[in-house]
Design a protein around this ligand. Structure first.
Ligand code: G4P
Length: 531
C-alpha cells in the first residue's frame, strides 16, 4: 500500500445537480456548515452574503462578460475530505456544466418538492447516466407545500428512468410538516425549524412501534396516514441494494428542507456511507486505479482570462490517480513534453489557494500558457497513456456568425477557432462548402455574448450573430455506413460538419429527428460525440 492510499480513500468528489432555485446553493452551504468551512457568524448574517462568498463567484466573471465556470469547494467532515463541484445553472448553463460531471464520481440531485423533475435536472441527469455514476436525491423544501410523495418518486422513475429507494419518508409538508420517518431505524424524527445558518437543532426520535408516543409527537391524523404509507411503501418501492446504487441504477432518496436545515446532515451521512472513494478511470492502456498508480490527471475545463490583467488561462484538472506535488515534473501527453505545472491552485469559491500537494479525487487549476486542450492527460514523465476523451455535448442554440469587416477574415477565423478549441463554443460549417459560412452552436445562450465580447476584446473583430431556429443536433454514429448525401430528412433539416469533419444533422424540433430516423433505416444518431 502506498503512503498516500489513506488520503485517497477518504476523498469523495461529487457534483450537485438541480434545476435553478431547487435549493442547490442552500444545500451546499449547509454541507459546508457541517464541515466548518464557513463560519457560523458569516452565514447567520444573511444568506445573500454567505452565498456570494461560497458559490456564486462566477457573477464576477459574468459581469466581465466572459466565460462562466463551475466552482469547486473542498471541506472536511467526519474524517472525509469532500470535493463539491458546483454546476452553474440559469442562462450561464454551458458545456462546462456538463464537463464538470465528467470530473465527479457521483452526483447529488436536488429536487424542489413542489415542482418535481425539471428541465435542467433532466439534461444533467443524462450525463450522469452516460457515465453510470451513482446519484443521490435530496427532495427539498418540505417546509413548503409539496407534491404527493408517491407522485414525486413516480416522477423521478418515469422522467429519468431510474429506480428510487426512499431512505426516509416525509410526514406532511408545508405548515403540516412534522418530520421524516427513518426507514432503517423505523423511527420518526420530528421536524424542527432551526435558526437559519445553524446546525441541526435538537430533534426528537420516536419509534413507530410505540404508537402512543408517535401519536403524541405528530398527532393522530398524520400518524394514521404515516402507518398506512409505510405499509404501502414497503410493498411498492425498490429494495435497497448498494450495488445497484453504485452502478447508477437506483437512487437513494432523502426528504428535507435545506433552508431550515432539516434532514441535511442525515442525508450527508447516508451519502458518505454509500459513495466510494475516487473511481478508477479508463485509459488507452487499461483501467487506472486511483490508489495504485502514480500521479495522473485529465483536463476537463479551460477557463480563459479569469484575470483580464494577466490574460491568463486556467486549466482545471481532475486528479485520477496518485499524489500530486507542486514541485514534481509531469508529462503532458498530448503535447508530448515534460514540464512543471505552473502555479497549481485550488480554486475555492472566489479565492485561489496555491497548493503544494493534492490527491486523486481532488481538482486543481493550473496556469495554462495555451497548451492544454479539454480531455488532455497528464501523468508522470515515465508514462505516456491517455485517458478516454471528454465527449462533445449537443449544443441547443445556433447562430450564423459573420465578421463585419471583411478585411479581418484571418483574425476572425483564428479567434473563433481558438475559442472553440477552449470548448466555450462549437463551430460548424455547411456540409459541402468551406469556412465561408460559420455556424456557432452553444449549450447556453450566454456563450453567444461571451463569443462576441471575446472576439471584440481579444481579437479586435466585430461580428454579427444571426439566430437560427435549430434546437437539436445529432452526430451520425455510423458515418462509415451512411451515404450522407443520400440522407432524406425533413425539410427543416440541415447537414453540417464539425471542426474535425464529422457529419452532423441540425433539426428544428424533436419530431424531425424521429422522422429522419424513420425515413433512413439503419441510421444511428447520437446526442454527444466521443470523436
Ligand atoms: P439554487 O442554488 O438551486 O438556484 O437555489 P437556492 O439555494 O439559491 O434557493 C432558491 C430559493 O429557494 C432561495 O430563496 C432559497 O432561500 C429557497 N430555498 C432553498 N431551500 C429551501 C427550503 O428548504 N425551503 C424553503 N422554503 N425555501 C428554500 P430566494 O427567495 O430566491 O432567495 P433568498 O432571498 O432566500 O436568498
Amino acid at each position: 500500500m502506498r503512503e498516500y492510499t489513506k488520503e485517497i480513500n477518504r476523498r469523495r468528489t461529487f457534483a450537485i445537480i438541480s434545476h435553478p432555485d431547487a435549493g442547490k446553493t442552500t444545500l451546499t452551504e449547509k454541507f459546508l456548515l457541517y464541515g466548518g468551512a464557513i463560519n457560523l457568524a458569516g452565514s447567520v448574517k444573511g444568506k445573500a452574503t454567505a452565498r456570494h462568498a461560497v458559490s456564486d463567484w462566477m457573477e464576477i466573471e459574468k459581469q466581465r462578460g466572459i466565460s462562466v465556470t463551475s466552482s469547486v469547494l473542498q471541506f472536511e467532515y467526519d474524517g472525509y475530505c469532500i470535493n463539491i463541484l458546483d454546476t452553474p445553472g440559469h442562462q450561464d448553463f454551458s458545456e462546462d456544466t456538463y464537463r464538470t460531471l465528467m470530473a465527479a464520481d457521483s452526483a447529488v440531485m436536488v429536487i424542489d418538492a413542489s415542482k418535481g423533475v425539471e428541465a435542467q435536472t433532466r439534461k444533467l441527469f443524462k450525463v450522469c447516466v452516460m457515465r453510470k455514476i451513482p446519484i443521490f436525491t435530496f427532495i427539498n423544501k418540505m417546509d413548503r407545500d409539496a407534491n404527493d410523495t408517491f407522485d414525486l418518486l413516480d416522477d423521478i422513475e418515469k422522467e429519468l428512468g431510474i429506480a428510487t429507494c426512499p431512505l426516509n419518508w416525509p410526514i406532511g409538508s408545508g405548515k403540516g410538516f412534522k418530520g421524516v420517518y427513518d426507514r432503517e431505524k423505523e423511527c420518526v424524527i420530528s421536524y424542527s425549524d432551526t435558526e437559519k445558518g445553524t446546525k441541526e437543532g435538537n430533534v426528537t426520535e420516536v419509534s413507530v412501534k410505540d404508537e402512543n408516543a408517535l401519536r403524541a409527537l405528530i398527532g393522530d391524523e398524520p400518524a394514521d396516514k404515516l402507518l398506512e404509507e409505510i405499509e404501502l411503501l414497503d410493498g411498492a418501492s425498490a429494495e435497497f441494494d448498494l450495488e445497484q446504487v453504485r452502478a447508477g441504477n437506483l437512487t437513494p432518496v432523502c426528504f428535507g428542507s435545506a433552508l431550515t436545515n432539516f434532514g441535511v446532515e442525515i442525508f450527508l451521512k447516508h451519502f458518505l456511507d454509500m459513495t466510494m472513494p475516487p473511481l478508477p478511470r479508463k485509459a488507452d492502456i487499461g483501467i487506472i486505479e486511483p490508489a495504485e498508480a502514480q500521479f495522473s490527471a485529465f483536463v476537463f475545463k479551460i477557463q480563459a482570462n479569469m484575470n483580464k490583467a494577466h490574460r491568463d488561462r486556467i486549466a482545471f484538472m481532475r486528479i485520477c490517480s496518485g499524489r500530486f506535488d507542486a514541485n514534481m515534473e509531469v508529462r503532458h501527453v498530448q503535447g508530448d513534453r515534460v514540464m512543471r505545472l505552473s502555479q497549481p491552485q485550488q480554486i475555492m469559491a472566489d479565492e485561489r489557494k496555491i497548493l503544494s500537494e493534492a490527491y486523486a479525487g481532488d481538482i486543481i487549476g493550473v496556469f495554462d500558457p495555451g497548451i492544454f486542450s479539454i480531455g488532455d492527460t497528464l501523468c508522470t514523465p515515465r508514462e505516456k497513456f491517455r485517458y478516454e476523451g471528454i465527449p462533445t455535448f449537443a449544443p441547443e442554440h445556433f447562430a450564423r456568425v459573420r465578421q463585419l469587416d471583411t478585411m479581418k477574415r484571418k483574425q476572425f477565423v483564428k479567434g473563433i477557432e481558438q475559442i472553440a478549441q477552449e470548448g466555450a463554443i462549437q463551430i460548424f460549417q455547411e456540409f459541402n462548402t468551406g469556412m465561408e459560412e460559420i455556424i456557432v452552436g452553444v449549450v447556453g445562450v450566454l456563450q453567444f455574448d461571451v463569443l462576441k465580447y471575446r472576439l471584440e476584446n481579444e481579437y479586435n473583430v466585430e461580428i454579427r450573430l444571426e439566430n437560427l431556429p435549430y434546437e437539436h443536433i445529432r452526430w451520425i454514429a455510423n458515418k462509415e455506413e451512411v451515404d450522407i448525401s443520400k440522407l432524406t430528412g425533413t425539410s427543416d433539416m440541415k447537414k453540417v460538419k464539425d471542426m474535425k469533419g464529422n457529419p452532423l444533422l441540425l433539426f428544428v424540433n424533436a419530431w424531425s429527428v424521429g422522422m429522419t430516423l424513420d425515413r433512413n433505416k439503419g441510421l444511428v444518431l447520437e446526442e454527444f460525440s466521443k470523436n
